[in-house]
Design a protein around this ligand. Structure first.
Ligand SMILES: C[C@@]1(CC(=O)O)c2cc3[nH]c(cc4nc(cc5[nH]c(cc(n2)[C@H]1CCC(=O)O)[C@@](C)(CC(=O)O)[C@@H]5CCC(=O)O)C(CC(=O)O)=C4CCC(=O)O)c(CCC(=O)O)c3CC(=O)O
Ligand SMILES: NC(=O)C1=CN([C@@H]2O[C@H](COP(=O)(O)OP(=O)(O)OC[C@H]3O[C@@H](n4cnc5c(N)ncnc54)[C@H](O)[C@@H]3O)[C@@H](O)[C@H]2O)C=CC1
Length: 213
């Protein structure tokens, strides 16, 4: 499997099932997408999730009709009930409707990765479906590292802007300047101490940019 980051803004996600797993998927996808959840019972916690809830019992032969009734740009369908026959029917209907399908009861053609985030940095982790608990464990290990790295991301974004203005630098020189900054202990120390301005001054020096220009 290859990872691909996707913009879910304006996309519709349908989740069938209202248990613990459906709740976790709903929390994830409501960050960007319009989410509709269909189930005959909803776990505690759904009250805090900004999604459309449809309380109904669904039969396998009603899957096509359900998906056709959902408004918007249907992008992802997640069968998350504890009934495999129903999940199979929803998966098939989802594919026929041209959507991606994320099965939760086996490795399908897409998986929801464990996700660590800080600022604009995102790390997605998959074990190819082999061991989700390991994906969760690794996510927790990575979170503090991402938090430490996030200010460097911001600084590099700043520098890239400055370097773009230095028209006499070649693409190769820009790349080398950014790498020198990432490799510089002084810059990292200042960032870790929360001294962003000091880090920036040091970075400009290491990159060979005159701050007065
Ligand atoms: C294939 C996949 C499909 C999908 O759901 O997208 C899938 C499938 C299955 N998960 C199962 C079990 C568990 N899943 C978790 C947790 C997570 N599962 C997630 C993703 C995925 N799970 C996809 C693969 C991801 C990859 O490639 O690694 C995470 C990463 C993302 C998320 O769901 O949000 C989230 C961690 C989020 C975080 O913490 O960051 C825990 C841990 C816990 O709950 O504490 C357990 C119990 C321990 C265990 O069994 O390992 C079972 C057995 C069910 C049964 O026994 O009946 C199946 C079915 C099967 O394996 O056949
Ligand atoms: N991907 C993952 O991370 C994990 C996946 N699983 C798998 O996901 C499945 C669901 O797990 P849980 O949420 O813990 O189960 P659960 O039993 O808590 O929830 C099942 C939900 O499906 C709904 N449902 C069942 N039949 C229905 C029907 N005909 N019409 C409407 N709603 C219906 C129930 O009302 C309930 O809300 C498990 O059976 C297991 O195979 C389990 C653990 C983790």
């Amino acid at each position: 499997m290859l990872p691909l980051f996707h913009d879910f803004e304006g996309k519709t996600v349908v989740i069938v099932g209202g248990g613990r797993v459906a709740l976790r998927k709903a929390r994830t996808y409501t960050i960007e997408a319009d989410v509709t959840v269909v189930a005959d019972a909803f776990a505690d916690g759904f009250d805090e999730v900004d999604c459309e809830r449809r309380r109904r019992r669904l039969e396998p032969d009603e899957a096509d009709e359900l998906l056709a009734s959902v408004e918007g740009d249907l992008f992802l369908v997640i069968p998350a009930t504890d009934d495999r026959t129903l999940n199979d029917a929803i998966a098939r209907a989802g594919r026929e409707a041209g959507a991606l399908v994320n099965r939760v009861d086996e490795r399908g053609d897409t998986v929801t990765p464990a996700r660590a985030e800080s600022g604009t940095l995102t790390v997605a982790i998959s074990t190819g479906g082999e061991s989700p608990a390991v994906a969760r464990h690794l996510r927790r290990e990575i979170e503090p590292l991402l938090e430490r790295t996030e200010p460097m991301g911001r600084l590099q974004a700043d520098l890239r802007e400055q370097l773009a203005e230095e028209s006499d630098l070649s693409a190769d020189q820009r790349r080398q300047a950014l790498r020198r900054v990432i490799d510089d202990d002084g810059v990292w120390r200042a960032l870790e101490d929360g001294r962003y301005e000091d880090a920036r001054d040091r970075a400009l020096e290491v990159a060979g940019i005159d701050p007065s220009e």
